[in-house]
Design a protein around this ligand. Sequence first.
Ligand code: F6P
Length: 342
Amino acid sequence: MKVGILTGGGDCPGLNAVIRAVVKKGTRLGYEFVGIKDGWKGLIDGRVEPLPASRVSGILPRGGTILGTSRTNPLKKEEDTKKTIENIKALGLDALIAIGGDDTLGVAARLFEMGINTVGVPKTIDNDLSGTDVTFGFDTAVGIVTEALDRLHSTTESHHRVMVVEVMGRHAGWIAVHGGMAGGADYILIPEKPFDVQSVVDVVEKRRAEGKNFSIIVAAEGAYPKEAGGMITKEKELDAFGHARLGGVGEFLAEEIEKRVGVETRFVVLGHLQRGGTPTAYDRVLATRYGIKAVELIEESRFGRMVALRGSDIIDVCLDEATAKTRTVDDELYAIAEVFFG
Ligand code: F6P
């Protein structure tokens, strides 16, 4: 059995843990592995490397992906789709494991329809894939946000300032809600709930009236004020999957708060820090469980499936179901966070 592995989309702590688990388990079953470089781009260009068990030794704690990644969409141009399928055949791949978010897995779903034996592993620090309860990388990102908020508390308090902390989360505010709750934020803004700038200002003023003369606001990058009518973007150009680069809500809000409340306000964009470095123990274990399950699916010839976490069980779901919709923050969880905004 010859199996290709690729990692696509934004990188994420735990990718190497999946690759390691897949290769170690599969090698014991006599499989041969091929690492595809830089996501789907490597399949279009035919850039691969052999992946013996020795290559994956020692990579468990490493962030990023040893295979490289890209946001290339091989289905965008007909010639790229053709090259992708030709290369899969030329490489003699019996199966292909795609580790990625909704874009990468959406491609895996379409390739399965075209006769390629794909298996998906869900990845994104945003934790917004509908087919699984948790994606690996999320726990690490939340830990980084929490630590950042702890550190920002001391400097914000010392200067009696307001600090707006912009975190990742394009369409779903999971990182903002979990990180903000764990880090004791005074307000949490998420893409699911367009906000009123004045309601944030009111909370800041209320805190000061109560005698707490500093505030920390967490805003997901996809959060936006109702009056803006849409997300704040860095540039108008879209990537191969049609996404704009987000960013700017933190700066916007900091300016508004300073103007309306008249207190010194700063903003911090945590950005790619949230995706860098070693995965937490939770993410290493989840990624390892996903990798093992992916090989089991291949062993059982169950393709067009994605491994997933449901409760505490590792299960598998149809790739189409997995990528059908964005899993957004539920009202119940946000209501708990909201208790602390009043
Ligand atoms: O999709 C995951 C994510 O981390 C988003 O939260 C963020 O908007 C995006 O990737 C950033 O992507 P890039 O690495 O291309 O800047």
